[in-house]
Ligand binder design. Structure first.
Ligand code: GUE
Length: 299
């Protein structure tokens, strides 16, 4: 039997389509006197974080947004970071922002994240916003949504994958994806069935083999093997494990899904070029929506 090649879930192209739509929404806001402003808070000078933050700014400017880049030294105190949060909460030109994670170890991350005005929470991970997502299964949601989970779902839907009735097995219980994606997937308008697995799951392979869709978000290199995948399944790889190739000294990013699994899959998101660009697109979407809400509230 010849195995058909998997369809590529091209995150770069899909993010470009979202950005084209956002460009129009930004222009419409500007026509009404509002320039949507996105801010990032970076504490310390981690090179990977600097790269991510600069990517977010470049793309925000490309779609016409105002970009506010704030940085504090690695030894900034809790009070200094909190003062910056208070400043952004009060700044009418900042419609949404993120605090780039991870923060330095001496900082109480939860206290910082909870201090963000929920209306300006570009990540969609503030306890108030997650709580609203838990409580509201049916109606429209008028708060920012978790942006990476939203990116995963948009990547599938915009490429013609119907999630209704599908069994999605998520690997990883982190807040950014694992714990929050099920809240979106099980809403009535999507109607997927979700199994959440993690490093304490004792029958991972058995569960994965039942999956129509696998979301790898554990940050464990190649935790999903080809033998775990049902033929034709959709594979979305969100894992990031950085390794330095001892031969070349060059850095390489490994996903959660063994590349050999592509042979069995029906759909695959490349990594890089899959969920990463979608995260940035949905982050900007959250901020444009925040600006739209704020304008609507004034009228
Ligand atoms: N508060 C907060 N919110 C975040 O959303 C957040 C964060 N902290 N901390 C770090 C992670 C990481 N993250 C990525 C976003 C885009 C790509 C992305 O677009 N990557 C490109 C490759 C970029 C490259 O490495 O050259 C790709 O996948 O094609 C990757 C990673 C957001 N994060």
């Amino acid at each position: 039997m010849t195995q058909p090649t998997a369809q590529i879930l091209d995150g770069k192209a899909t993010a470009a389509a979202i950005k084209a739509e956002l460009t129009e929404r930004v222009a419409a806001l500007k026509a009404r006197g509002v320039i949507p402003g996105i801010a990032t808070v970076l504490v310390g000078a981690d090179p990977a974080s600097q790269l991510y933050v600069s990517m977010k700014h470049k793309q925000s400017v490309e779609i016409g947004m105002n970009s506010i880049q704030r940085e504090l030294p690695a030894d900034a105190t809790q009070a200094e970071v909190e003062a910056l949060i208070d400043e952004l909460n009060a700044d009418p030109g900042c419609h949404g922002y993120i605090v780039q994670l991870p923060l330095p170890k001496h900082i109480d991350t939860d206290a910082i994240l909870e201090r963000i005005d929920p209306a300006k929470d570009a990540d969609g991970l503030h306890p108030t916003n997650l709580g609203r997502l838990v409580l509201n299964v049916n109606g429209p949601i008028d708060t920012p949504l978790p942006c990476t989970p939203r990116g995963v779902i948009e990547l599938l839907l915009r490429n013609g994958y119907d999630l209704k009735g599908k069994h999605v097995v998520v690997v990883g219980r982190g807040v950014t994806i694992g714990r929050s994606i099920g809240l979106l997937l099980t809403r009535r308008e999507i109607n997927a069935t979700v199994t959440l697995t993690h490093t304490g799951t004792t029958n991972m392979s058995e569960l994965l083999r039942q999956a129509d869709v696998i979301v790898g978000a554990a940050g464990v290199k190649h935790i999903v093997k080809a033998s775990d995948v049902k033929p034709g399944a959709a594979l979305l790889d969100v894992g990031v494990t950085r390794e330095t190739d001892p031969a070349t000294g060059k850095g390489k990013v490994h996903g959660d899904i063994d590349p050999a699994a592509a042979k069995v899959a029906g759909w695959i998101s490349p990594n890089p070029g899959g969920v990463g660009p979608m995260t940035v697109a949905l982050l900007m979407t959250n901020v444009v929506e925040a600006a739209e809400r704020q304008l609507a509230a004034q009228h």
